[in-house]
Each structure stands twice: as structure tokens, then as C-alpha cells.
Write a protein that binds this ligand. Structure first.
Ligand code: ATP
Ligand code: MG
Length: 397
């Protein structure tokens, strides 16, 4: 375990913070996910520290710090080219909105373990003694590969509804079984997941879908009722085929919403609060999957033009990997590749219509301009700008 931690690129930074805190009489423990992962024999992404030094103290001891949430006791310390979270041991006070505690009280490691979501996430590693500190029998659950809430499951989910989704996400990430009492609590409270913000839902789903055992997490969501509340269309079909072509978050989300119907898609994309770019890419991919002919029935020129949309390219690649329309898509992608090398850059871009067009109208206008350019109706940027002026006049009248 020690050697795994030491091989982490942030280890030198952690050691340096630890030495400084210790020299001033404070404790420094690795905490949460990194301890869990090290015990499982996998490399953690982040090494997070917990200490009894207050955020003010942390700020004064290190020359470069970032205040992430001083009132919650969370600082980041920049040393040795790394950016390390240093959180003060705390009790989360009462929760009234199912989202965040009203007040926190700085406390001891024992109490800090109690505020954490799952036992396997509540372990510490004392850098002074190289010992794991376990106040919640987390190591036992880790061995049994069980995800169990710290303390009373219903109360913990009631406090923070995001934990409902985290239960599914960690089930997938760790490939652990959700312990029956915790599972029953998720099932009972599933409806409350509605209060979680779209951004957080998207974040958790993105993480879940990225894992090796995403299908397990999705099954937990289905069995517990979370799926019915958030993604009811998945009840018709909840299979998840991992596709190595889906490397970006939006691509995995696109695969996830593939089986949604038109109105369901709008609802889910609205909920997830995606960026305009990601949303458009997902919608474009979805349309291709609904009917590949929307692309393939067109003339080659038009097809090539449609490939300017990243969602369309992605959707076709996925279809190809599934051996759907193999000949047509292989041909098209090969044509596209050779065209890409000679295809001109569009004269107009989003900046040119900023503030004058919104939403889907932007794409419609820029597509039209590019089509004219490819057909050589427009020969320069100046001509394109003139065309745009007339186009906007026509649109507004
Ligand atoms: P990952 O490998 O995905 O980063 P992690 O365990 O580090 O997993 P984070 O979301 O980074 O998870 O949170 C760090 C730690 O903070 C968790 O291990 C857990 O102890 C605690 N924690 C985070 N979010 C919550 C929450 N909503 N409720 C209770 N404890 C939480
Ligand atoms: Mg983490």
C-alpha cells in the first residue's frame, strides 16, 4: 500500500505538506478515496489530506493556497507542482435542504469519519505511523466488497440526496455490492434524487458510465428505482454495451440516451444542463441512430457536409463498429478522410452571428453559408459577410 501511494505523482507534494504541518504540531492524514484505492491496490487520481489545522492555519503555513471552501474547512495547497486538497477534520452540522450542511464544526478524525458517505470512503492513512485508521469498519467492508453507508442509511441519504446517486456510482466504480440496508434506504428515498442539480447528476452519470462495471451501477439504479425517477426511458432497455469509441463524456452520455424517444430526449437533455456544444453533438448523434438514412440517403456532397458535425461522425463510427450499414459508412468515412485534407475552412463562424442569432438558427445559417461556399457561390470572407448581412435582414423581416 505504502509503495503504491509513494509512486503517485503527487506523493512528494503530500510529504512536503505533511512535514510542514507536523513541524507545527498538526496531524496530517491521507483521507477518503485515495486510502480506499490504495488498499484495493489501484492508483488513486487524487491524494487528499485531512488535518486538525484550521483553514486559516493552513493558509498561513503555506505560501500558495486556494480557498475552495474555507467555511467548510477545505483549502488547496500548491506545492511541488501539485495542487493538494487539505481539509480540516469536521462535523457537518444539520442539513435542512438535502444538499449541504448549514454549518460545520471543526473536529476530530473520529467525527470526520462519521460525516463521510460510505465506510470504504471514511478511512485515513496516518503519514506519521504509516497506519490505516478505521473508525467505521471500512476495511471489513472493503474486504467483503460491500458499499455501506456510515451510520443510519436513511438519515444519511436524507441529509444529502446526492449520496443516492453516489451509491450507484461507487457500486459501479468499485464493483461492490450495495449492502442490503443501504440499498433498501436508496429504494425508499429514490424519489428525492429529483432535488439534485442537473450538473451533479451529469457529473455522477459521467463517472458511472466511464467505469468498467457501468452495467452493475445501472442495474443498481434500476433495482433501486433511481432509474425510474431520472431516466424512465431506460426501463424499456437498460443494457449497456461498453464501446471503446466513446472516449469523451458527451459520447458516453449520447450512448446512454440512445434509446430515448423524441420527447424523452428533450426532457433528459434539459435536465442534464449540458453545454450547447455537447447537447448539439448528442442530438446529432441521436438523429443518426434513429435513422442512419437521414445521412446516407443524401448526395455525397451533402453527406460530406453533414460530417462537419462531430455528433454525426461519432454516431456513424458507432454504427460501423456494430456492423450496421457497413459498406455505406466505410465508404463515406474514407471519402470524408480524403476530403478533410482538401476541404476549405468555413468563411463564417459562430463569432460572426453572435448576438444576432440564437439556438438552432445559428447552425442553420452557418450550414447554409458553408454550403454556398462549397458550391463556390461565395468566394471570399468578404462575400460571405455580405451574404450574411442580407441573410440576417431577410430573417428579421
Ligand atoms: P474518486 O475516486 O471518484 O475521486 P472519492 O472517494 O475521492 O472517489 P470524492 O467525490 O472525490 O470521492 O470525495 C472525497 C471524499 O469525500 C469521499 O471519499 C468521501 O469520504 C467524502 N465525500 C464526498 N462527497 C460526499 C458526500 N456527498 N457525502 C459524504 N461524504 C462525501
Ligand atoms: Mg476524489
Amino acid at each position: 500500500m505504502q509503495s503504491l501511494l509513494q509512486s503517485h505523482p503527487h506523493w512528494p507534494a503530500v510529504e512536503s505538506i505533511y512535514h510542514r504541518l507536523q513541524a507545527h504540531g498538526y496531524m496530517a492524514f491521507l483521507a477518503g478515496g485515495c486510502v480506499r484505492d490504495a488498499l484495493l491496490g489501484v492508483q488513486a487520481h487524487d491524494l487528499d489530506l485531512a488535518t486538525n489545522a484550521t483553514p486559516e492555519k493552513v493558509e498561513s503555513l503555506f505560501s500558495k493556497t486556494v480557498n475552495v471552501g474555507k467555511s467548510f474547512g477545505v483549502m488547496r495547497v500548491l506545492v511541488e507542482g501539485a495542487d493538494i486538497e487539505v481539509a480540516t477534520f469536521r462535523n457537518d452540522g444539520t442539513y435542512s435542504d438535502g444538499r449541504r450542511p448549514e454549518n460545520v464544526v471543526f473536529s476530530s478524525p473520529q467525527e470526520d469519519a462519521q460525516r463521510r458517505d460510505f465506510t470504504v470512503n471514511a478511512l485515513f492513512y496516518d503519514l506519521a505511523t504509516a497506519q490505516v485508521l478505521d473508525y467505521v469498519e471500512g476495511q471489513k467492508d472493503l474486504k467483503a466488497r460491500v458499499l455501506r453507508t456510515v451510520g443510519d442509511a436513511e438519515r444519511r441519504f436524507e441529509e444529502d440526496h446526492l449520496r443516492l446517486l453516489r451509491a450507484a456510482r461507487f457500486s459501479a466504480q468499485l464493483n461492490f455490492e450495495l449492502e442490503p440496508v443501504s440499498f433498501a434506504a436508496v429504494k425508499k428515498m429514490a424519489e428525492k434524487v429529483k432535488s439534485v442539480s442537473g450538473e451533479r447528476i451529469r457529473e455522477e452519470m459521467t463517472k458511472l458510465l466511464k467505469t468498467e462495471h457501468a452495467d452493475h451501477g445501472l442495474q443498481v439504479m434500476k433495482d433501486s428505482g433511481l432509474m425510474k425517477v431520472l431516466f424512465p426511458f431506460r426501463l424499456r432497455k437498460n443494457d449497456w454495451v461498453k464501446n471503446s469509441l466513446a472516449t469523451e463524456a458527451w459520447q458516453r452520455l449520447a450512448m446512454f440516451v440512445r434509446s430515448a424517444q423524441g420527447t424523452e430526449l428533450v426532457v433528459v437533455l434539459d435536465m442534464l444542463k449540458l453545454s450547447t456544444r455537447d447537447r448539439r453533438a448528442i442530438e446529432d448523434a441521436w438523429k443518426v441512430w434513429q435513422d442512419p438514412q437521414t445521412v446516407l440517403k443524401n448526395s455525397l456532397g451533402k453527406q460530406l457536409q453533414m460530417l462537419a458535425k462531430e455528433g454525426v461522425v461519432f454516431a456513424l463510427r458507432i454504427l460501423l463498429s456494430e456492423a450496421v450499414e457497413k459498406t455505406a459508412i466505410e465508404f463515406l468515412l474514407a471519402e470524408w478522410k480524403s476530403w478533410q485534407e482538401v476541404l476549405p475552412r468555413p468563411f463564417l463562424n459562430g463569432e460572426d452571428v453572435k448576438g444576432r442569432l440564437t439556438g438552432p438558427a445559428i447552425g442553420v445559417c452557418l450550414d447554409k453559408a458553408f454550403e454556398q461556399q462549397l458550391e463556390r457561390q461565395l468566394q471570399s470572407r468578404d462575400e460571405a459577410l455580405l451574404w450574411l448581412k442580407k441573410y440576417l435582414e431577410r430573417e428579421s423581416s
